[in-house]
Design a protein around this ligand. Sequence first.
Ligand code: NAD
Length: 500
Amino acid sequence: MKTPHTRDHWESLASGLNVRTQAFIDGKYVDAASGKSFDCLSPIDGRSLGRVAECEGEDIERAVRAARRSFDTGMWSQATPAQRKRVLLRFAELIDAHAEELALLESLDMGKPVGDALSVDVAASVRCMAWTGEALDKIYGEVAPTGPGELGLVTREPLGVVGAIVPWNFPLLMATWKLAPALAMGNSVVLKPSEKSPLSAIRLAEIAMQAGIPAGVFNVVPGFGKGAGEPLALHMDVDGLVFTGSTAVGKHLLQCAGRSNLKRAYMECGGKSPNIVFADAHDLGKAAAAAASGIFYNQGEVCTAASRLLVEASIKEEFVALVVEAGRRMQPLHPFEANAPMGAMVDEGQTRRVLDYIDKGVAEGARLVLGGQRVEPVAGGCYIQPTVFDDVAHDHTISREEIFGPVLAVIGFDSEAQALAIANDTEYGLAAGLWTADLSRAHRVARNLRAGSVWVNYWDGGDMTAPFGGYKQSGNGRDKSLHAFDKYTEMKATWINLEA
Ligand code: NAD
């Protein structure tokens, strides 16, 4: 569902917006200890959104200390599940009550269509918080199957202080995927948003307080990876580190955990997801529309982007024509336009990176059949056309590396076995999709795809009820569902001698 609001509505809301830019530590907005700040630019048109506190070691120290103190008092960690549930449900209601403001911050900060920010990012954050709140008082421990002389109890306890480092592509939602289960289990959290999109997380801290999260239980420390993220990852008093971002940084953070205190470390990383279309698919038009939105939605800045389109040779020409037609209709517009199919790339750096990949695709001999250019629907903004390369060889750079932009690589195949071999020949394993009317093939291929999420006859299905995460170098944990609680708890076995 797209927003019914006009561009004027959002511009007028933006002009009255009071943008919070400080860190949030121990229940208060504060400047960075160094007094440093960095400029936060909107990729929509290059406008400055303010100067954001640039947290570094000393700020991380303060935030971790506040988190530890709050944890040790027990005011949150020892609250009853019913009490925590009430607060999380209130938190969800308040996020919903601030939906337009949060959607606007998201759109201004990272360039996505504000309609999507409202109907997807904010709506899914509300659902995540509410679902998690609802679930948390239905978690039971276990009684071990012992003999009559002893009792074995298996219980979960919060980790303590959790550091969360999140990316810029779904800033509010990725923060919420970490925050909700961490809080639900009684932890205190220090969240480092991406330097490219810190605003919604900064605002969220205040909303959390309003909901009843005690001071110190949720802290937000904006800053850069090296300056703020690394001290958090290396901190000896952080018990858990949860991350969503690139595979390279995820690997580095695992080393930080090992070099410091062996903190529990869970990484959700990148992807290069295959979308396989067999000639017997029910409806090629629908499959083509899904293939286009699977790569162009959110400007292709999606970890599960359907970036590799594998098409059976007998229908390839026809199918690529349909995808190109669907893609042509998804040109970037000002993100405040009611039905903008795509908005702006997150910043200049990412725009250049994606354009470099496009140049590489051409240089390595793939056939550019749609887009490929930077465009300017808004002066001073970062926009790239929906781009499709046909006849991509499996060893081309654009077929192997995560581009994180609106660039589709089309690869042909002749048999199911070949499709599976190409699909699985990647270091990633986040998601995969397949289109077929053959039930046996659907199950067979789904079973053999090495990916954490597999979609049959659609793309990007899923909600809070199922876990989300990757195989291989796409990650080592799961967000969402009851399984997410595993990352935020220690498991304790208590043995009681009944014959004492
Ligand atoms: P990134 O890895 O560059 O940054 C992610 C976060 O890590 C940011 O907050 C950044 O400041 C921080 N960081 C960077 N270097 C660091 C360091 N040395 N120490 C500590 N922290 C550091 O990723 P990005 O560009 O923000 O996001 C895009 C990536 O995120 C893509 O690879 C995408 O696939 C992935 N992603 C994965 C999922 C998932 O659930 N698997 C979801 C969304 C995005």
